[in-house]
Design a protein around this ligand. Structure first.
Ligand SMILES: CC(C)(COP(=O)(O)OP(=O)(O)OC[C@H]1O[C@@H](n2cnc3c(N)ncnc32)[C@H](O)[C@@H]1OP(=O)(O)O)[C@@H](O)C(=O)NCCC(=O)NCCS
Length: 431
C-alpha cells in the first residue's frame, strides 16, 4: 500500500516479452495464460523484486479465453506472484496493454499502489470457436437432461450444418468491415499506393533485422522453453524476414479486396502469439529500492472516431491530445513508435500528422500535428515485422522505447496505436 500521496511519478523500471511468433507455429500450444504467466515470472526473477512487494497486476487480452477471461488474476494464481496480489484484466483491442499500463499508472499516481505489473498476452493459434445459437441450445438441452435418453433426444436434433464452427471475426461489429477492409478503404481514400505500402513493409523488416543483429531485443525477449518437456526453446522473434525483396512483395496477391485491392500478407501485421509485461513503480519507491528507472510517464491520451469513417486513424487523433497534456509539440519528441497494423494505416496516419487540412477538419486545430522524421520513426521495426499479439503490442512498444531512452541517456518518446472500434492511444515517455 502506498505511503505517500504527493508528487508521484510513474517509472518504467523494467520490461520483458516472450518471443513473438506467427500464430499456428512455434507457440501454437501455449495459451495466452501460459504466455502471460511465463513472462511475468521471468520479469520478476530478472528484476529481482519480491512478488509480495507487487501491489497489483493489470493484464489484458483481446480474444479472451473462455477458460480464463480474467487473465490478470489467473496469472497470479498460476504462481508467479503470491495469491494476495490484487489483479484484474482489461481489454481495449490493439491498445489493450496500453490500457493496462494506463490503469496501473493511474493507481500509482493516485497513491493507491506503489508497484505494479502491467501487460498483455494473446494466443491467436487456438481462438475460442463458437457454434450457431441452434447448436448451443441443443448442447444446453443435452447438458441439462436428467438421463441418457434425454441427452440422446437432444443430440438427435443435430444437423450437419449445425457443426459449422465460427472463429472470432477480426472485424468491426458495427460496420462488419474486417481490419483489412478498413486498411483497403484508407489506402483508397488517402491515395496510398501499393508500392508505398510494400516499401514500408520492407523497411519494417529491414529495421527489425538490423535491430536483432545489433542485439537491441536481447534483454527484451526471453527465451521460451516449450512445456511440458522443455526440450525445445523458442529463442527469439520468428517473424522478421531478411529475405524479403520488393519484387517478392510486389508479386503477392491482395488478400482482402482480391480484385482491386493493395493490402497483402506482407504489408499487413500477421496474426501473432506472444506476451509482454512492464514493471512500474512510483519514482521514489523505485529509487528507495535501488532501481534506476528506464523512463517516466509524461502524459497519455485515448481518443476515438466513428468506425464508419477511417477506422485506423487513432494515432493522429490521440497524439495531439497527449502532446497538449505534456505541454509539447511533435518537434519535442525524439523517437516515435507507431503500431503498424497495416502499411496503409501507417502511411495514412503519417500523412494526416503532416496535414493542415486534416488538423482543421478532424482535430479542430489550425495547424498540422507535424511532419514525422523518418530517422526517428519505428526505428527497430514494428508490428508488421515483429508481429502483433493484440494484447501485448502496447507493452512491447513502451518497453522498447523506455529501453531506447535509457540507452540514449535521456529524451522523449511517443508510443501510439490504432485499435478496433476506431480507438486511438498515445503515451509520451521521458527520461
Ligand atoms: C493478412 C493475413 C490474412 C495473411 O495471412 P496468411 O495468408 O496466413 O499469410 P502468410 O504468412 O501465409 O503469407 C502469405 C504468403 O505471403 C508471403 N509473405 C508474407 N510476408 C512476406 C514478406 N514480408 N516477404 C516475402 N513474402 C511474404 C508468405 O511467405 C506466403 O507465401 P507462400 O504462400 O508462398 O507461403 C493475416 O496475416 C491477417 O489477417 N493479418 C491482419 C491481422 C489484423 O487484422 N490485425 C489487426 C490489425 S489492428
Amino acid at each position: 500500500m502506498a505511503t505517500k500521496k504527493q508528487a508521484r511519478r510513474v517509472a518504467i523500471v523494467d520490461g520483458l516479452r516472450t518471443p513473438f511468433a506467427k500464430s499456428g507455429t512455434v507457440l501454437k500450444d501455449q495459451s495466452a495464460l501460459d504466455l502471460g504467466s511465463a513472462v511475468v515470472s521471468e520479469l520478476i526473477a530478472r528484476a529481482g523484486i519480491n512478488g509480495s512487494d507487487v501491489d497489483r497486476l493489470v493484464f489484458g487480452t483481446v480474444v479472451q479465453s473462455v477458460d480464463s477471461p480474467n487473465i490478470g488474476r489467473e496469472i497470479v494464481l498460476a504462481g508467479p506472484l503470491p495469491d494476495s496480489v490484487d489483479a484484474y484484466s482489461v481489454t481495449r483491442a490493439c491498445a489493450t496493454s496500453t490500457q493496462s499500463f494506463a490503469d496501473a499508472a493511474q493507481a500509482i499516481l493516485l497513491g493507491d499502489i506503489d508497484i505494479a505489473i502491467a501487460g498483455g498476452a494473446e494466443s491467436l493459434s487456438k481462438p475460442p470457436i463458437t457454434y450457431s445459437d441452434r447448436f448451443v441450445d441443443i448442447l444446453m438441452e443435452a447438458n441439462g437432461a436428467k438421463d441418457v435418453q434425454g441427452k440422446a433426444r437432444a443430440f438427435a436434433k443435430v444437423r450437419p450444418r449445425d457443426l459449422t464452427p465460427h472463429a472470432p471475426a477480426i472485424a468491426e461489429r458495427s460496420t462488419s468491415e474486417t481490419m483489412g477492409d478498413s486498411a483497403e478503404k484508407m489506402a483508397k481514400e488517402n491515395g496510398i499506393t501499393r508500392e508505398a505500402q510494400d516499401e514500408f513493409a520492407l523497411r519494417s523488416h529491414a529495421k527489425a533485422i538490423e535491430a536483432q543483429e545489433a542485439g537491441i531485443f536481447d534483454d527484451e525477449v526471453m527465451p521460451y522453453p516449450i512445456p511440458p518437456r522443455y526440450k525445445d526453446t523458442v529463442e527469439g522473434d520468428t517473424i522478421p524476414r531478411a529475405d524479403s525483396t520488393i519484387e517478392k512483395l510486389a508479386s503477392l496477391k491482395p488478400v482482402f479486396d482480391r480484385k482491386y485491392g493493395s493490402v497483402t500478407a506482407a504489408n499487413s501485421s500477421p496474426l501473432t502469439d506472444g506476451a509482454a509485461a512492464l514493471l512500474l513503480m512510483d519514482e521514489a519507491v523505485a529509487k528507495a529500492l535501488g532501481y534506476t528507472p528506464k523512463a517516466y510517464l509524461r502524459s497519455y491520451a485515448f481518443a476515438a472516431v466513428d468506425p464508419n469513417w477511417q477506422l485506423l486513424m487513432g494515432p493522429a487523433l490521440a497524439t495531439p491530445i497527449a502532446l497538449d497534456r505534456a505541454g509539447m509539440t511533435l518537434d519535442d519528441i525524439d523517437i516515435i513508435d507507431m503500431h503498424e497494423a497495416f502499411s496503409a494505416q501507417i502511411l495514412s496516419n503519417t500523412q494526416a500528422f503532416a496535414s493542415d487540412s486534416f488538423a482543421r477538419e478532424r482535430l479542430g486545430r489550425d495547424k498540422a500535428i507535424g511532419e514525422i522524421d523518418d530517422a526517428r520513426f519505428n526505428i527497430y521495426g514494428g508490428s508488421i515485422s515483429l508481429g502483433h499479439p493484440f494484447g501485448a503490442t502496447g507493452a512491447r512498444q513502451l518497453m522498447t522505447m523506455a529501453n531506447e531512452l535509457e540507452r540514449r541517456g535521456g529524451g522523449t518518446a511517443l508510443v501510439t496505436q490504432c485499435a478496433a472500434g476506431g480507438i486511438g492511444a498515445a503515451v509520451i515517455l521521458e527520461r
